[in-house]
Design a protein around this ligand. Sequence first.
Ligand SMILES: C[S@@+](CC[C@H](N)C(=O)[O-])C[C@H]1O[C@@H](n2cnc3c(N)ncnc32)[C@H](O)[C@@H]1O
Length: 231
Amino acid sequence: MPESVDMIFADPPYFLSNNGITCNSGRMVLVNKGEWDKSRGFKENYEFVKKWLLLCQKVLKRDGTIWVSGTSHIIYSVGFAMQELGFKILNDIVWYKINPPPNLSCRYFTHSTETIIWAARDKASHHFFNYRLMKEMNSGKQMKNLWNILPPGKDEKKFGKHPTQKPLQLLDRIIKASTREGDLVLDPFCGSSTTGVAAIKNNRKYIGIDMSEEYLSLSVKRIQEAINRGH
Ligand SMILES: C[S@@+](CC[C@H](N)C(=O)[O-])C[C@H]1O[C@@H](n2cnc3c(N)ncnc32)[C@H](O)[C@@H]1O
């Protein structure tokens, strides 16, 4: 429905599954997350980004906001498309992963961050920011845009693994920062529904979309557990 969603978190394909290598538990492995993450070339990738961003903009309420995560493979396209579509960019968060895998080629710096762009629907939006809570969560000091957050722990993967699962702590902070209790949160690339678990934990409503039945059934298990826990 148009103008019905308070906040969107989108963790889209980064288009980085192109037979590169990385290190997983001390072993060299290919960085292939799935067919859905294969690059279709710069222009087609960009058209895809712009298309889903436009759909997101349509369902956002006037004062709603969107968060989009990405690495260098995609985040500049996201930022450019947002500007073309008239979003108002509020922040770029740098998520520092603290304990990243080493760079096996030794020809680059170790990749240890992702960027998360936070934007309001348009220039006229009066976005919500829970400034006080963020300050409180940061020992009384203003929260900066550099977030040190570990990758998801074993407990977050007990129902099965998603290859690009986000940590619950990251989504918990995003939801607390930009929504109120009862708000509707949408994740258009929900995967294992980390966003959904964080939404339920914080008494928000949630809609998750994914093309994969396997990931949707993983989502259902995680969400069911969050509901059963009573938060
Ligand atoms: C980066 S992952 C999201 C991971 C998620 N944030 C989590 O914590 O588990 C992106 C997801 O988008 C889904 N996907 C890719 N292309 C899609 C499309 N065109 N429509 C819907 N889902 C898509 C994939 O199946 C994948 O689960």
